[in-house]
Write a protein that binds this ligand. Sequence first.
Ligand code: F6R
Length: 584
Amino acid sequence: MCGIVGYIGNNVKENLIKGLEKLEYRGYDSAGMVISNNNEFIVEKAVGEVEKLKKKLNDKDYTGLGIAHTRWATHGEISINNCHPHFSSDGNVALVHNGIIENFENLKSYLEKNEKYFYGQTDSEVIAKMFDGELSLNKIKDVIDKLKGAYALAIISKKNDEIFFAKNKSPLYVAKGDDCFYVASDPSVFSERCQEFYSIEDGEYGCISVQGIEIYNKEGKINEKIAKEIDFDFTTSNKEQYNHFMLKEINESNKVLENIIAFYEKEEAFENLKSFDVKKYNRIYLVGCGTAYHAGLIGEKYFKERLNIDCFTRKASEFIYQNDIINENSLCIFISQSGETADTISALEYVKNFNATTLSLVNVTYSTLASKSDYVLNICAGQEKAVASTKAYLAQCLVLLILAKYFIKEDFLSVLKDFQFDYGNDDLIIPLAKHLHNHEKIFFIGRGFDYITALEASLKLKEISYIFSCAECSGELKHGSLALIDNGLPVIVIANDESCFAKTLNNAYEVKSRGGELILFSSIDIDKEIENNFKYIIPINKCKDDLMPIQTIISLQKLAYYVAVERNLNPDKPRNLAKSVTVE
Ligand code: F6R
């Protein structure tokens, strides 16, 4: 994934660090920067978060230019050698890269035969080694013509006064402020100092300097692009009274609901769907990754209950291997908080080959996914900073519910207007988290909507607590997974559906007879006899069926959060993960 930033202006160091702090959601394995000063490079690198790099810097700052990088490791261990920026063999050119170069091994062996020495294992260093001596637009074009794969590049040399850039598949933006220039993976980096920006398209390259911005197209011709106004809200949220963003964001669930109501009650909210006729479609695909995929599964249920159209939810990374029937009568709905998830973007590009209609649900409306879709809906979750998605999941589910109702012209807001989510009972959830935090494995089971909640609860727990967990349909246990149950293994039973409660209970008792320890999350009233089978019971507030999975996940998100805290982990920045997953 990684985030890159290039800056020209005063206080280069300070502004590069500020940029990296904004980009840290893209990876925090290592961070580095290089500043060009009096024909020399000033380089600083650190393994770990941007804070570590910041601590290594002295107070001296510079006017001029520099580039910086925050890394999410793809090729090569997390080490100083693999930390960007990377350098050409003669040390004159420095480069930062976001993306993956697919043909890097071929390029590397060719370069090695030509006596280039490699100090690390990254694909990015291979690009750096393709430069030596003078840096120019022709040289950039020559190099990118040889690259296969995804890249957003910022490149400087000791002698040039420009920052060169190039892009394919990984996001890249350039901007000019009153007294500064930027190139960055995300406009949030420069939103406070620039009023407009250019979105760099695949195959484009160019340079920024105090003279201005030059952008060239694939054919090497200058591209007079129209600047876009920065009209997005980039206000960076802070933790307020909370220790972590994750808990703050869970506790913003009702604020998200309010935002969604305020947005969708405006007539113009569906302006771009005015010409849209859902009856034209005979198949709907809902596509996303991880949590967004789970929101898709919830959406599938909302759609199937209302529309007489086949609906299928697909994991974006698997979509192209399913041989699904996709044509001009297919509506493909892509769900992505960031709108930059590479697997989801690739899935969208795939369905375009079959003339399917594309509709995206995003939290970032200027994102790549949004810009490539026929229709876009804003999930209005507000900035989500914790890596684990919580309020955005809730928002995705709610907007899918609104969309399902909108399609059949059902009143879609009145139910939501009278509703408030309950934030669960911490006095019960925290003791449960204390009990679970030393376990090595945890199971989640459920049926129907509750199974989807089990999937999402399990993902949340494993990603931030590193406890091995998995979710199973209650009825499927006896077909294999029951073999894993042994003495004291916690099994969290999610049961809100009265119609299948008895069956789910039977499955739970099958677990108990084999030594498993039962924990219940349920909105159903139970008698003492049932109660006695469960070591812990977390009651969930009853609400309308459609909202039940959203109401339930809040307590389970909190459980994951408190388990991580009990284990002394930082739930906001789980190891090995990043907020925006821009590689396939
Ligand atoms: C899990 C989580 C991830 C994301 C997934 C897709 O808590 O956050 O599973 O849901 O990486 O990300 P987006 O929604 O940005 O496409």
